[in-house]
Design a protein around this ligand. Structure first.
Ligand SMILES: Nc1ncnc2c1ncn2[C@@H]1O[C@H](COP(=O)(O)OP(=O)(O)OP(=O)(O)O)[C@@H](O)[C@H]1O
Ligand SMILES: [Mg+2]
Length: 320
């Protein structure tokens, strides 16, 4: 293996599809054993970034190193040394769980003499003991996902890419999945993960927020929250939708967004809280509670994307 200090380093990494730029001069690094989260709305360029780092597609300009290998020149070496799990991971449904493991262990070049022991370890490590002889098609989503992870790491890769690996899985199973990921990171595996679940983003050492092909923020979850501009206020009222519309137009409001039945409003400063409350009440809205709160990562994410959207409007933007 190459000597490397950072598992990933990118230098103005760029990818175009025709005249469209999907990833635009993206720079970040991932220290060995860290979990890096790539966040961003649909179409931001996350999967394209990962595909370049995995050596599946070439950058149009710029470059990156993965485990010390050059993604332009050493894509074959990279493919051998990484694990990649996407949302559409391919498991063979007509095989038993253990047969999928045997198949992937062989594909990833695990020595024949070591294969059985490795597969048994993977079954234990990923909690698949007891279902290993079940047909893959009969496993629930959460089991299939654990199996897919076990397959992706059959060759003990020092670097793992997870692209929406937990989409559609229930919260408890997602947590258990992340426990496995944490364990791997603590043993030195470096991880790059994309997710639309903000609770998962909290598990990352560093978050890179992508928007329209660019990296618009890069920091730890805590720092992103600390650095969110303005003051965040949570408003409980009887007509949250109407309140959001009014708040959006109110001078001094950076952003207003619904969080369930409550309204989160980011104001430039605290002085505006009373005036906003009065305006809402004057419009016939019953304001039950107004509270200054610490932002969650979801607030940061929505705030960043919406303030970018105001700067650089786009016809359609789906945020989930
Ligand atoms: N092979 C391709 N040819 C043309 N355009 C592409 C190709 N792959 C991706 N794109 C475009 O590049 C942009 C970024 O796509 P990408 O899949 O990287 O986004 P993403 O951030 O992963 O989104 P999502 O959250 O929906 O998975 C999108 O507008 C997409 O349509
Ligand atoms: Mg994607």
């Amino acid at each position: 293996m190459n000597a490397y200090s950072n598992a990933i380093e990118t230098f103005d990494l760029t990818r175009q599809f025709g005249s469209f730029t999907a990833v635009d001069k993206v720079n970040f690094y991932v220290p060995k054993g860290e979990i890096f989260g790539l966040l961003g709305p649909n179409g931001a360029g996350k999967t394209t970034t990962i595909r370049m780092l995995c050596g599946i597609i070439k950058p149009s300009s710029g470059n990156a190193s993965v485990l010390g290998f050059d993604i332009r020149k050493d894509s074959e070496e990279i493919k051998k040394n990484i694990g990649y799990m996407s949302q559409k991971f391919s498991l063979y449904n007509d095989l038993k769980a253990i047969e999928n493991l045997q198949f992937y262990a062989a594909i990833y070049g695990v020595e024949k003499s070591e294969r059985n022991r490795r597969i048994q370890d993977l079954i234990d490590q990923s909690g698949l003991r007891g279902v290993e002889y079940e047909l893959t098609s009969s496993l629930s989503g959460a089991w299939r996902q654990r199996l897919a992870l076990a397959c992706a790491i059959a060759h003990k890769p020092p670097m793992l890419f997870l692209d929406e690996a937990t989409a559609g899985v229930d919260p408890l199973s997602r947590r258990e999945f992340w426990d496995l990921i944490y364990e791997m990171a603590s043993e030195g595996t470096s991880i790059v993960a994309t997710t639309h679940y903000m609770d998962e983003a909290e598990y990352c050492n560093t978050i890179g927020m992508m928007y329209q092909a660019e990296m618009i923020a890069l920091a730890s979850p805590d720092r992103l929250k600390d650095e969110m501009p303005g003051v965040l206020v949570q408003i409980s009222c009887d007509k949250p939708l109407q309140a959001e519309e009014i708040a959006d137009q109110f001078p001094g409001v950076i952003d207003a967004a619904l969080h369930g039945i409550r309204l989160h409003v980011t104001l430039k400063n605290e002085d505006k809280i009373t005036a906003l409350t009065n305006t809402l009440q004057a419009a016939g809205i019953l304001v039950e509670d107004v509270e200054t709160i610490l932002p969650s990562l979801e607030d940061v994410f929505i705030n960043m994307v919406e303030s970018r959207l105001k700067e650089k409007p786009q016809n359609s933007l789906e945020v989930n």
